[in-house]
Structures are given as C-alpha cells and as structure tokens.
Design a protein around this ligand. Structure first.
Ligand SMILES: C[S@@+](CC[C@H](N)C(=O)[O-])C[C@H]1O[C@@H](n2cnc3c(N)ncnc32)[C@H](O)[C@@H]1O
Length: 200
C-alpha cells in the first residue's frame, strides 16, 4: 500500500509546496541541464510525473517512469506518460542513457548503495537529487512524527533520511570515481549528484 501523501497528487503537491516554499522546480532545472535531446531516460520513483511533464517532454526523450503508487501511475497514464506501476526493488532494469531518482533514495535504506550500483550498471549517467533537510528530522517531535507518518506510514518509528553529511559520506565512500558534478539547491533542501559510467 502506498504511503498517505502518495495517494493523491493534490495532497502531494501541497506538501511539496509547503516544504520547498516555491523552489519546487529548482532541482528539476539543475538536473535538466544534463539531459540531452532524444536520449533515453528511466526515472525511478517518478511520482506524478512532474519532471517529465515540465522539462523532459520538450526534449523528445524516450522516457520510462516507475512508481509504486497506483494513483500517481493512473494520473501519469491519463496524461499520456509512459510509466509502469511497480516496486523499484523488483524492476527489471534496462539499458538507458540516464537513470534518474529524485527525492526518493532514502526509501531504499539500507539497500541504497546497491540501488545506485544497479543504476550505474545500466546507465551512462545517473542523476540523483536527494533531500538533506527534512521535517522528519525536525527538533519538534510532533512535527517530525506527522511528517514521518505521512511519508512512511508503515514504519514511521524508524524513518530514515539523509543529512548533508551522511549523504556525502555515502557518496564519497561508494562512488568517488564516478562523481562528475555536485550541487546543493539554493534553499539547501536537496543535494544533487551526477555520476557517470564511462564503460556504458
Ligand atoms: C517524495 S516522492 C518523489 C516523487 C518524484 N520523484 C518527485 O520528485 O516529485 C517519492 C516517490 O517514491 C515512490 N515510491 C516509494 N517507494 C517506492 C518503491 N519501492 N518503488 C517504486 N516507487 C516507490 C512513491 O510512490 C512516491 O511517488
């Protein structure tokens, strides 16, 4: 079963608008600069398809999105976006110029490194944008509990999120020689990593 805010694109957008206070698309703008016209793109945890609709569509990319929210997938399909419903952990990876994962890596704890390695195995370039400030980590216990419950209903007592330090530590320990670009968004909420696999 999907977590609460992933059952409604409207609720999801409201939550994101509140969290990012208008800077919602900055991470998309940064990631978009790396994607070439008419390339192939797989986006894991594509959500309601906002990155594709706002940016990739005009580039005529060969796009495939994957998400395990039936509501998001239904909405994407209605808009004519090529997506499949499914758990990323069960996804049959295919070769693609780009693999992208936005605001979603934390959900694969403790198997995050394995997921990045898998993307690298199948892509020329892997684009990651990951939250490093999270209201689930708020010093106000009530706020952190509500945020954790909304985004991770099944296991909200044990809700994993990165800080900038823990994300950097993992990325440098596992992928130092693959990293070609790093940037933190202006609002300091997300950090972007671009990794290249020269052998693909
Ligand atoms: C924070 S949202 C990010 C959505 C989108 N990437 C964006 O930036 O708007 C996290 C997404 O991950 C999806 N998700 C969570 N666990 C998943 C899994 N195991 N397999 C596929 N999708 C998953 C949720 O349904 C949700 O759409």
């Amino acid at each position: 079963m999907s977590d609460l805010i992933y059952r409604s694109p409207l609720l999801y957008r409201l939550a994101i608008f509140f969290l990012y206070r208008g800077d919602y698309s900055e991470r998309y703008e940064i990631l978009d600069r790396f994607i070439k016209e008419r390339s192939s793109v797989v986006e894991l945890c594509c959500g309601p398809g906002d990155f594709y609709r706002g940016f990739l569509k005009k580039k005529n990319v060969n796009y495939l999105g994957v998400d395990n929210s039936a509501d998001f997938i239904k909405r994407c399909k209605k808009k004519g976006i090529n997506v499949i419903w499914g758990d990323v952990s069960q996804f049959n990876f295919i070769k693609s110029d780009y693999y992208i994962i936005i605001s979603s890596l934390y959900q694969f704890h403790p198997d995050i490194r394995e997921l990045i390695n898998k993307m690298l195995q199948y892509a020329k370039c892997v684009l990651i944008s990951e939250p490093i400030k999270n209201i689930s980590n708020s010093k106000y216990k009530i706020i952190s509990k509500i945020a954790a419950y909304l985004t991770n209903k099944k296991n909200y007592e044990n809700n994993f999120h990165f800080t900038e330090k823990s994300l950097d530590t993992m990325m440098l320990a596992g992928f130092k020689n693959k990293i070609v670009y790093v940037q933190t968004t202006k609002n300091g909420r997300e950090k972007i990593y671009v990794l290249k696999n020269e052998s693909n």
